[in-house]
Design a binder for this molecule. Structure first.
Ligand code: FAD
Ligand code: SF4
Length: 354
């Protein structure tokens, strides 16, 4: 009988944290990441500073990765995928395919940490013209720009005088079937507005929102400083159209507080796109035979008291594979998944830990 091991699929913040905890609890953790690098979406999409403390995202992920790789019990496989999974809790057999070929590994438990993807704003009716107008960006485009240390209007190469964010693009939208709130975008937009105001002090920054949803401490860490110290303007309203007119963008909509139409020129518009399950989350949930909710995220079997157990014994999930999550949620669920997986092994039971 081989030593027990836990297979962690996905090497983003959730997978790294889950695997580190598994190793710290004395069990071998095999991490399978499809990309060349660990670090997940924050690294792949070049996030700049992390909400709420403005830590450098790449450095934060590098620190997490270094901590994982320092564990002897961590077995990290990048550019790899899991192509088959058979067996039952306590005795799974997984096929891992990577650059070195294919290998079957025996593991006692599996943790799905396959994360999310950004909502594609091209899918949201045609009001935003994301693919038509170069100066209409999505959150991750501005993150990459901020990471390069610049804020420039793509079509002119000049700093923006007027920039706005449009909230809830691809979230809380019954027409496209994503009724859920993506949790992080109000905080991320506010953080970006602070950064833009610091980069370009003469710019005017506005955020158009339906409701401002700042979870927990982000309210005083991000929202109030954005307004009070950085003079970001919050407009409760709905943007119904973005047009190009005389060399700049024109946004049309309604200021719902004042109950009047809005028509404002902008140099740059940022779409606060929501979170959807990654293709890997959909594929791996199917491969592992666990239930997914109607949006494609992995369903927890016994909420709210078990936040990481899935419908299949011995298969756990964490991070944004479970639904929209900030890093705090992600790290918490990753720790919980590691503990549940190792506890199941220690108890030698197939019934999980409840
Ligand atoms: C624009 C934006 C900015 C954000 N900024 C912040 C912030 O400032 N602060 C904050 O707290 N949160 C932020 N978040 C949220 C944060 O990015 C997530 O909480 C976090 O990335 C979730 O981590 P994860 O590991 O679950 O998923 P991911 O980061 O998506 O990582 C999943 C990993 O799994 C891998 N994978 C997927 N499928 C497979 C497969 N089949 N096989 C192998 N590997 C696979 C992927 O390649 C990826 O490496 C932001 C989100 C958005 C949308
Ligand atoms: S966090 Fe804010 S922008 Fe994102 S879906 Fe929720 S309310 Fe909309």
């Amino acid at each position: 009988m081989p030593d027990p091991a836990v297979l962690v699929i996905g090497g983003g913040p959730a997978g790294i944290e889950a695997a580190r905890n598994v190793a710290d609890l004395g069990v071998r953790a095999i991490v399978v990441e499809q990309r060349e690098r660990l670090g997940g979406t924050p690294v792949h999409e070049q996030y700049a500073a992390l909400t709420p403390h403005f830590d450098d995202a790449e450095q934060a992920m590098a620190d997490m990765e270094a901590a994982l790789r320092a564990r002897e019990l961590a077995d990290v496989r990048t550019s790899s995928r899991v192509t088959a999974l058979s067996g039952d809790a306590g005795a799974f057999r997984a096929t891992v395919e990577g650059e070195q070929g294919s290998e079957d590994v025996e593991v006692s438990a599996v943790i799905l940490a396959t994360g999310f993807t950004h909502f594609d704003p091209g899918r949201e009716r045609q009001i935003y013209n994301y693919y038509q107008y170069p100066d209409v960006l999505a959150l991750q485009d501005l993150e990459a720009m901020l990471k390069r240390g610049e804020v420039l209007v793509p079509s002119t190469g000049q700093p923006p005088k007027r920039i706005c964010w449009i909230q809830c693009v691809g979230s809380r939208d019954r027409n496209i079937g994503n009724e859920y709130c993506s949790k992080v975008c109000c905080g991320i937009a506010s953080k970006q507005a602070i950064e833009v105001r610091k980069h370009v002090p003469e710019s005017r920054a506005s955020i158009f929102y339906i409701d401002m949803r700042m979870y927990g401490y982000w309210e005083h860490q991000i929202y109030w400083p954005a307004q009070e110290q950085h003079k970001v303007q919050y407009v409760k309203g709905i943007v119904t159209e973005i047009l190009e007119q005389q060399g700049h963008l024109l946004i049309r909509g309604e200021d719902t507080t004042m109950g009047r139409p809005v028509e404002t020129p902008m140099d740059m518009v940022v779409l606060s796109v929501g979170m959807e399950p990654s293709q890997g989350t959909r594929d791996m949930a199917q491969l592992a035979g666990v239930e997914q909710n109607k949006y494609g995220f992995v369903d927890v079997a016994r909420p709210p008291l078990d936040t990481v157990g899935t419908s299949r014994e011995g298969v756990f999930a964490c991070g944004a594979a479970l639904g929209p999550a900030d890093l705090e949620d992600t790290i918490s669920s990753a720790g919980a998944a590691a503990v549940k997986a190792v506890a199941m092994i220690r108890r030698g039971t197939l019934s999980g830990v409840s």
